[in-house]
Design a protein around this ligand. Sequence first.
Ligand SMILES: Nc1ncnc2c1ncn2[C@@H]1O[C@H](COP(=O)(O)OP(=O)(O)OP(=O)(O)O)[C@@H](O)[C@H]1O
Length: 334
Amino acid sequence: MNAIEVEELRKEFKVHKSRSGLVGAFRDLWTRRYMTVRAVDGISFTVKQGEMVGYIGENGAGKSTTIKMLTGILTPTSGRIIVNGMNPHKEREKFVRTIGVVFGQRSQLWWDIAVQESFRLLKKVYRVPDEQYARHMSEVIEMLEIGPLLDKPVRKLSLGQRMRCELAAALIHNPPLLFLDEPTIGLDVLVKLNIRQFLKQLNERYGTTILLTTHDMSDIEALCERVIMLDEGKIIYDGSLEQLKEKWGQGKRVAFTFAEGKDASILQELTAGLDVVWKKGEQSNVWVAHVPSGGVPEVVSRVAARYALQDIRIHEVSTEEIVRNIYEEGAVHG
Ligand SMILES: Nc1ncnc2c1ncn2[C@@H]1O[C@H](COP(=O)(O)OP(=O)(O)OP(=O)(O)O)[C@@H](O)[C@H]1O
């Protein structure tokens, strides 16, 4: 069964458009002008049970709006959504017991009471039987290493400690589907690693489906085989991360630090006939060659045979860069 089915999904917001200047402001008092923002523009995709999918896009691409529709917080303008076999907006009460949601910027824990009291309240809300709660939560608490935090009030926790408790809170009813919106934002590397490790274990142990929104591509690389990329409300790529890297990440950057300053024409002449693009580095004696992977040895040997070098560094193109390039070009071609 599919965990998520989305077909031709759209969400439009009507926003007030203000006129400029003082006269404009007065006119706004009498007649308001509106414009329509299409936050999500006819997207379709399915997510199978047990998949971990990265949902990525630049600021304002429409990620949060999609998640809000998938979790039943917002109603779509048009289109069809089925999540865990239900319409999220219509079968609200039954539906929320089948999903977990973590918004990195918002908390579902009560600020002034001990973490375990929040957990107990949520257990009641979700009507989780004692035995199931004890069994499942003891595992979650152990995996997230939050045992020592349970009797502390949330306001006394660091951000990393709080986020681990937020994750545990979202899982009290052991939902088959988890939505994570920027779960590692602002966290230090060790906490990020702990959270990623935990999500992997959760997926392996319970087959939990995870839809993850993040700006941190290393989260995606650590967890998701599949990515859906959004741009201006439309899907511009839906496929494996591997394929994205193969298609877009070919080539390497070789940074040469010369003993003395060089200019572009000399280097172009030296590598004439090879597939190389030279770009100036941060200092006058640093030049970076963009070369297809197989071409690196030839470029290095020509340059090193002719000029004295202080250093050579070879960089793989990172997923972060691949994604940035795709957004700069605006679409994923062929
Ligand atoms: N309640 C709202 N009213 C009006 N416009 C909205 C509303 N919510 C979102 N938008 C607009 O819809 C578009 C998509 O916003 P959304 O928050 O879904 O993007 P996002 O991809 O989650 O961005 P970010 O990474 O910054 O969170 C933006 O242009 C945003 O300004």
